[in-house]
Design a protein around this ligand. Structure first.
Ligand SMILES: Nc1ncnc2c1ncn2[C@@H]1O[C@H](COP(=O)(O)OP(=O)(O)O)[C@@H](O)[C@H]1O
Ligand SMILES: [Mg+2]
Length: 239
């Protein structure tokens, strides 16, 4: 199995080299848990490695995303300007998608677009895709609809050969009975909890599922620093 660097060194080691290439990984967690930053690491590293990258953003503007990356020492601006990295803002792409929807005979409500139509935004030659956040689509869908469309989107991106991160916020993940876990190759959960001994808030990564990968189910402590996500060495002291 070929691997794609996560952009986070100590995480690569835990995953036997990185994310399985050409497969989809789900990243879930509450607001502020680090999901977007997780995606930025993958994009920055993949751009550095010469891959064609795309971020599909439902909430933030390209400017917000580039600024956040810059503040973490993950420079994406050059790749964005050269076109190696595309940032597609879904709400602005609505008219493009609406055309597709009409052709395919989909009805539209809620956000105004269906999840499956995101596949049409991704050019065939794309290596890496980060979709942040698929949770917003669940608001206008039944759980069954979400499952069907998520499976179909996943299948299409897999056929295009994309290594994909689906970001999904915790409430949408829970509201859809966590079924997104079943379609994906791997699942990463980001947790924020208070340490009862030190009363400090701590961040953890849990990897409940990663096919073709020998996994430790132990949680890993991490910090978000001005150099991005850093895993703490096991046994290291709380900062
Ligand atoms: N330069 C930084 N230094 C330290 N922490 C940061 C920095 N930039 C962002 N953060 C932390 O990262 C969190 C946001 O991470 P983000 O990936 O946007 O979360 P999510 O996408 O899960 O909502 C912020 O709440 C903040 O605590
Ligand atoms: Mg986010």
């Amino acid at each position: 199995m070929k691997r794609v660097s996560t952009g986070i060194d100590d995480l690569n080691a835990k995953l036997g080299g990185g994310y399985p290439m050409g497969k989809a990984i789900l990243v879930t967690g509450t607001a502020g848990s680090g999901k977007t930053i997780f995606g930025l690491h993958l994009l920055q590293r993949s751009c550095m490695d010469g891959m064609k990258c795309m971020m599909v953003a439902t909430e933030e503007t390209p400017e917000d995303i580039l600024l956040q990356a810059d503040m973490l020492g993950l420079d994406l601006g050059g790749y964005y300007n050269s076109g190696q990295l595309t940032i597609e803002r879904v709400l602005e792409s609505r008219s493009k998608i609406a055309e597709q929807a009409a052709k395919l005979g989909f009805t539209q409500d809620g956000l105004g677009i269906d999840l499956i139509l995101l596949a049409d935004l991704v050019p065939d030659c794309t290596d890496i895709v980060v979709i942040d956040d698929v949770g917003v689509f669940t608001l206008s869908m039944t759980v069954q609809d979400f499952r069907d469309q998520f499976d179909a989107l996943n299948y299409t991106l897999n056929r295009k050969g994309c290594t994909t991160i689906f970001v999904m916020d915790e409430s949408a993940y829970d509201m859809t009975n966590r079924i997104a876990d079943y379609s994906v190759y791997g699942s990463v959960r980001l947790l924020v909890k208070e340490n009862p001994y030190t009363e400090k808030i701590e961040r953890y990564i849990s990897i409940p599922k990663m096919r073709s990968t020998k996994l430790s189910l132990e949680l890993s402590l991490f910090d978000i620093t001005s150099d991005g996500i850093k895993l703490r060495k096991p046994g290291s002291k709380t900062e």
